[in-house]
Design a protein around this ligand. Structure first.
Ligand SMILES: O=c1[nH]cnc2c1ncn2[C@@H]1O[C@H](COP(=O)(O)OP(=O)(O)O)[C@@H](O)[C@H]1O
Ligand SMILES: [Ca+2]
Length: 528
């Protein structure tokens, strides 16, 4: 019986004392003392429970998320084929955290890219109105005045400014005039460089993927950082490759950009190939074919058999990418598809000059490129085309080629019947675009069947489109700090949790100590 725990013994003995007639065991004074001790014990117990409830309530209330004060930003991506308006938002008090900026809206502007309005510049500005009105509706009125608006124009405008700088300026003035009519904080319209386009694309996807987060290890003050992902962007008029090489390199400095983000330095390789976006690449190829064939009547393996297209010479030779190939006075070029993937790829390989390289290694056309390393996010037209072909998750390069071969050999009639809802312009070019993408990645950049699986074709990351626009805004609003903001070692929730836990421990220790050293009378009597 006594081997059982002390607590049980006390309880039993106490029961027994209670049963005893009080006036035979205790005097009147002792009786009063016991009831006093009991009262004190009850009051102390009550206060203890009250204290614990109060502590937990404070912890819970304090930890409730505050109503978010959201900030907004607008970036217009004025691409060669079209303009998109992106609206982002983020909680004001978390501005410098990683991964807090989100895309809340994307609006595709009707009509072509702003560079196509060179003959009627006023229309360039007017074309943006519908999407800017959408942005006005999406953003709460009280935030309008504090919402910055940026417009960045890419390769279409780069080509226009090469062709006619004055007209390019007029187009930019027209869009500026239009954007200033809105109640937002207009911050500027400009043509961004190919380097910026590549670098901001890289910043965007790594910010969205959370790769800039420095996760602390168990060793105090030691931070471990995640590897970054490379970025591959394919537009209509230019294409960019950007990644962090493994070794430090001191060649071709114009291809490197140094960033200090969240306390870490990144030396990023980037190159933008003007005229190697898929629309200009097609023109470049056709212009070469016309020159080589000495005829404006072309049999082309990159279009489905049975496809026939009459292309205007103005369209073909109208850009600085192809202007120098103009030989004929003919106003049309007739293209007839033959649908042969292998011939198409051979034909496209000529566009990638691998023979001369003034550096230790090159991608193509005498451009330095370090050895490929890590994973790559491939977005924009890389995604659109591979998604149409159902190849975004195919990790086997030979299967990719087989699918493409099959698609190219299908007759145009068949293809049209199979995909009645897809725009004919896109549909007719998927054989060319798919083959071009493969040739660019394999022949141009040097991807192989071994590292093909490192390329992730993606459109969105955590709800935001993969595009250079987010990185552009983060940079211009100084939202990425160079150094890690000094923050308390514990989050608020962990701090409150630990405070509650330690208070409990402390109270328990005091309570047990009190029981042990200052044994309340009733218990003492019970034990005796
Ligand atoms: O649904 C689609 N299918 C195929 N291609 C698409 C689709 N949507 C957009 N594109 C293509 O993506 C490319 C986007 O290029 P963009 O206009 O951004 O040019 P840039 O970046 O060279 O200035 C264009 O070639 C356009 O035709
Ligand atoms: Ca683009």
């Amino acid at each position: 019986m006594h081997n059982k725990g002390l607590g049980i013994t006390v309880l039993q003995e106490f029961k027994w004392t209670k049963k005893m007639p009080l006036d035979t065991s205790l005097g009147k004074g002792s009786k009063q003392k016991i009831s006093w001790s009991k009262k004190v014990l009850i009051i102390l117990g009550f206060l203890f429970v009250l204290g614990a409830v109060a502590l937990i309530t404070v912890a819970v209330v304090q930890n409730k998320p505050l109503p978010k004060n959201m900030k907004y930003g607008i970036v217009l991506d004025a691409g060669s084929s079209h303009t998109s308006v992106y609206v982002y938002n983020w909680p004001a008090e978390k501005e410098n955290d990683t991964g807090v900026v989100q895309q809340v809206e994307v609006c595709k502007v009707d009509g072509p890219g702003i560079s196509s309005y060179s003959k009627d510049v006023e229309k360039a500005g007017l074309s943006l109105q519908d999407c800017m009105n959408t942005a006005k509706q999406v953003i709460p009125k009280k935030e309008h005045r504090d919402t910055p608006v940026y417009l960045g124009a890419t390769a279409g405008m780069r080509l226009l400014s090469l062709d006619n700088n004055k007209i390019a300026d007029k187009v930019l003035l027209s869009v500026e005039k239009s954007l200033r009519l809105y109640p937002f904080d207009f911050q500027g319209c400009r043509i961004i460089t190919g380097q910026e386009e590549g670098a901001y694309g890289w910043i965007s996807i790594n910010y969205m993927l959370g790769n800039f987060k420095q996760s602390s290890s168990w060793m105090p003050f030691q931070q471990t950082s995640t590897e970054t992902s490379g970025a591959l962007d394919l537009g209509g008029a230019s294409t960019q490759i950007t990644f962090e090489p493994t070794d430090s390199i001191n060649e071709s400095p114009e291809n490197f950009m140094l960033f200090r983000l969240y306390g870490k330095t990144y030396n990023v390789y980037t190159h933008s190939f003007l005229c190697y976006g898929k629309d200009q690449a097609l023109r470049l190829r056709l212009a070469n074919d016309v020159k080589n064939a000495g005829s404006t009547n072309l049999q082309n393996p990159c279009f489905n058999p049975g496809y026939v297209k009459n292309m205007s010479a103005v369209d073909l030779y109208g850009s600085p990418c192809t202007a120098k190939y103009k030989l004929f006075s003919s106003s049309f070029i007739l293209i007839t598809g033959t649908g042969d993937y292998h011939q198409c790829q051979q034909n496209l390989q000529d566009m990638f000059n691998k023979t001369e390289c003034p550096y230790s290694r090159c991608s193509f056309n005498r451009i330095f490129q370090p050895e490929l390393s890590g994973n790559f996010g491939a977005f924009s037209a890389f995604y659109f085309v591979m998604n149409f072909l159902n190849l975004t998750s195919e990790k086997d390069l030979s299967k990719v080629k087989e699918t493409l071969k099959e698609f190219c050999s299908e007759s145009w009639q068949q293809v049209k019947e199979k995909f009645p809802d897809i725009k004919e312009k896109y549909l007719s070019e998927y054989c060319f675009s798919g083959t071009y993408i493969l040739t660019l990645l394999e022949m141009g950049y040097g991807f192989t069947s071994e590292n093909w699986g490192n390329i992730n074709f993606l459109r969105k990351i955590k709800g935001s489109d993969a595009a250079w626009t987010l990185g552009y805004m983060l940079n211009l609003t100084n939202m990425i700090p160079a150094e890690l903001p000094s923050s308390p070692p514990l989050s608020h929730a962990s701090y409150v949790g630990l405070m509650v836990l330690f208070s409990f421990l402390l109270a328990s220790v005091v309570f047990i100590g009190w029981l042990y050293f200052w044994k309340p009378r009733c218990l003492q009597k019970g034990i005796i």
